[in-house]
Design a protein around this ligand. Structure first.
Ligand code: DLL
Length: 432
């Protein structure tokens, strides 16, 4: 562990620390930001009323919409002279949100990423190729400073330039890869097609830290087998900090949320009611130490579950399930709720199918229509029509029996679906 005192702190002590920090954070937001002051006043809440962690329920939620309205700097609680870096959310839904960091915030962030890398088994001996995009996106620079904080070696290549990525893995002896899982699949595909003499299994690559988008267990297995590595999940969101809000440990059963810096709740996305531990719902974040951009009860729209168990890694921090999607990614197909990740799981179980797919949603009259396009192996694509038809029927039947939806399945030629260098665009929603 990078910070054993904090990461394995007994839960009662951890809660005491959270309460102390929560009081500071809520007061900091109230006293130094006009938007928070207005919201708290309107809800009849004053920071003096916060006596226990449960009192947080009296505080109003902060929505993505409010964040955007306040953009660029309306939710800052420090003067610009103290803000040393800006980043922005990727803006997948609506406009991007701008976030700021003080020197202290950047130090906390780097420390939390160092914790994540350590949780994946990395040490200062590792050479970490940071293939998340550098720039306003938090992935590249976020990982970068964490690698340096750990004392490992950062290779700041950013996303793209796939041939160069592979050359550096070989020439620099990269031991760890940091990128989106979809970009890792892209690298595997590129190597197979364009660099036949490149073999991941002969490289020094041993582990990877993948995140920034949902990815299934089936996808993990696929990448681990093809690259000959151990792959871990890193989660985060710009509004709350960037990558490093939570990370998997050696147990690979859920992601520990760094509770000494973030307080988490699960709510019913429809009613806003706080749900008991173990329930599936929307995760809500409250920052406990952030200076420039505190978030108080921020509704992330990410859907997951929280639970505290005795983890084999020794960390005491609460765990969240792998995020399967955001509430706004959920497709409602003729009344049936489907997440793209459920479609991925089915596709990855079927032999002959490649891990490249896209989901197209449209509305015909009043009915939602879904088409799943998936690439198939070269040999199958050039095979007889009979083989193709049988494969298409198998996939269609699995969608019907497992998810209860009837989807049009299109088997696509190898390499015909756009490859990602960052976050993959899995869903094309023509209804919007
Ligand atoms: O994606 C931060 C990040 C960078 C995380 C690199 C991990 C690695 P945003 O661009 O603001 O920030 O997007 C945040 O992406 O609310 C989730 O919906 C999704 N997301 C991020 N990590 C994961 C993950 C970065 N491991 C949004 N699994 C979040 C599933 C993820 N979804």
């Amino acid at each position: 562990m990078f910070n054993p005192d904090f990461e394995s702190m007994p839960v009662t002590k951890l809660k005491e620390l959270q309460l102390e920090r929560l009081k500071w954070s809520v007061r900091h937001a109230y006293e130094n930001n006009a938007v928070y002051k207005r919201k708290f006043d309107a809800a009849g809440f004053h920071p003096d009323q916060l006596k226990s962690l449960d009192d947080l329920r009296r505080v109003p939620f902060l929505t993505k919409h409010e964040m955007r309205e306040a953009s660029p700097f309306g939710l800052f609680a420090k003067p610009m002279k103290d803000v040393v870096r800006l980043h922005s959310s990727s803006g997948t839904t609506g406009n991007a949100t701008v976030v700021g960091y003080t020197r202290q915030d950047l130090d906390t962030w780097a420390t939390l990423i160092a914790r994540c890398l350590s949780a994946c088994g990395a040490t200062e001996e590792d050479i970490v190729q940071v293939a998340y995009g550098y720039g306003l996106f938090t992935g590249g620079l976020g990982l970068h400073y964490g690698v340096e904080k750990l004392g490992a070696t950062a290779v700041p290549i950013s996303g793209g330039n796939t041939d160069r990525q592979l050359m550096l893995i070989r020439d620099y002896g990269t031991t760890m890869l940091a990128c989106t899982p979809s970009y890792a699949i892209n690298m595997i595909d590129f190597a197979a097609k364009q660099m036949p003499d490149f073999d991941f299994k002969k490289s020094k690559l041993r582990r990877a830290i993948f995140g920034a988008e949902p990815w299934t267990e089936a996808m993990r297995k696929e990448i681990e087998t093809r690259m000959g590595i151990d792959a871990y999940d890193i989660y985060g969101l710009s509004e709350v900090m960037g990558p490093g809000v939570s990370n998997e440990c050696s147990a690979k059963q859920g992601l520990h949320v760094f509770e000494d810096h973030f307080l988490v709740e699960i709510i019913d996305p429809e009613t806003g009611e706080v749900l008991p531990e173990g329930s599936l719902g929307e995760i809500v974040y409250t920052s406990l130490t952030k200076e420039a951009c505190p978030v108080i009860r921020y509704r992330s729209r990410d859907i997951t579950r929280l639970y505290r168990d005795v983890c084999s890694c020794g960390r005491t921090h609460i765990k969240m399930d792998k995020v399967t999607g955001r509430s706004d990614d959920m497709l409602i197909i003729r009344g049936v709720n489907v997440f793209p990740s459920q479609i991925e799981t089915i596709l990855m179980e079927i032999e002959g199918v490649e891990p490249h797919y896209q989901i197209i949603v449209d509305r015909k009259g009043t009915m939602d229509d879904i088409e799943v396009m998936v690439e198939v192996e070269e040999a199958i694509f050039s095979d007889e029509l009979k083989v193709m038809n049988a494969l298409r029927d198998r996939i269609t039947n699995r969608f019907r029996s497992v998810l209860g939806i009837s989807a049009k399945v299109t088997l696509a030629e190898p390499s015909s679906i756009a490859r990602s260098q960052g976050k993959a665009q899995r869903v094309i929603d023509k209804r919007k």
